[in-house]
Design a protein around this ligand. Structure first.
Ligand code: DX5
Ligand code: ZN
Length: 228
């Protein structure tokens, strides 16, 4: 099994040719498609709904799709995204009144469940629900837009979450989202992340294959250094 996973954030893709661009990043070596859902309420931007996800599945995108819900409320969208073909559904704890209920709803619809933490959201939301999670997402920018700078305070938080995961002998995926580039991915991996969301850092390059190769090389070098 791979130790590190790349999740291409199609927020930075060309929306006029979304199917083709999505297929290209998968064919170029991306493991997952990261699908950012924004509602102009929980975050000040508006993006894609379940119909677009369904269109990608109809276009023969078979890779896992990692849905990042930046919406409030959360629950009524879960059945729709599950039906459209989501693999992971991740939400922000502040956006739902009953975190456990929302996690259970995701599982009942056959998807993997994730919890997303904004840069200043405290980690105590993890208390009592760790065993229900498949993924923890740490935002390294404030949610709402692509192409922002990586907040370095995330590195400390990452180490804290990695410690929680390890002490509980858990295999929860630890994902980081925002401002990840070829230049900083090694440091982020060394701090404990194993799923890397990359939007601008991937789509701004003309040759996806080449940039993904370079990123994988950085990650291979980390793998030889990191103590597991
Ligand atoms: C921001 C989104 C991110 C975004 C990351 O709210 O959750 O997934 O696409 O984009 P980059 O990699 O450009 O920071
Ligand atoms: Zn995201």
């Amino acid at each position: 099994m791979k130790k590190f996973f790349l999740a291409a954030s199609i927020l930075s893709a060309d929306f006029a040719r979304l199917g083709e661009d999505t297929k290209n990043v998968i064919d170029s070596g991306s493991d997952l498609i990261h699908f950012d859902v924004m509602d102009n309420h929980y975050v000040p931007n508006l993006t894609m709904g379940p119909m677009i996800l369904q269109s990608l599945r109809n276009y023969n995108i078979t890779a896992p799709i990692d849905v990042h819900l930046m919406v409030k409320p959360v629950d009524n969208l879960i059945p729709q995204f599950a039906k459209a073909g989501a693999t992971f559904i991740t939400f922000h704890p502040e956006a739902t009144d009953h975190i456990e209920r929302t996690l259970t709803l995701i599982k009942e619809h056959g998807c993997k469940a994730g919890l997303a933490f904004n840069p200043t959201t405290p980690l105590n939301f993890l208390d009592y629900i760790l065993e229900k999670l498949d993924l923890i997402l740490l935002m390294s920018v404030n949610p709402g837009f692509g192409n922002q700078s990586f907040l370095r305070s995330t590195l400390k938080k990452l180490r804290e979450v990695k410690k929680i995961i390890d002490t509980n002998f858990s295999d929860i995926l630890l994902e980081v989202d925002g401002g990840i580039k070829l230049e900083n991915i090694a440091e982020i991996a060394l701090s404990g992340a194993n799923v890397f969301v990359i939007g601008t850092g991937l789509f701004q390059h003309a040759n996806y294959n080449l940039i993904i190769k370079k990123i994988r090389k950085e990650l291979r070098d980390v793998y030889s250094k990191r103590i597991h």
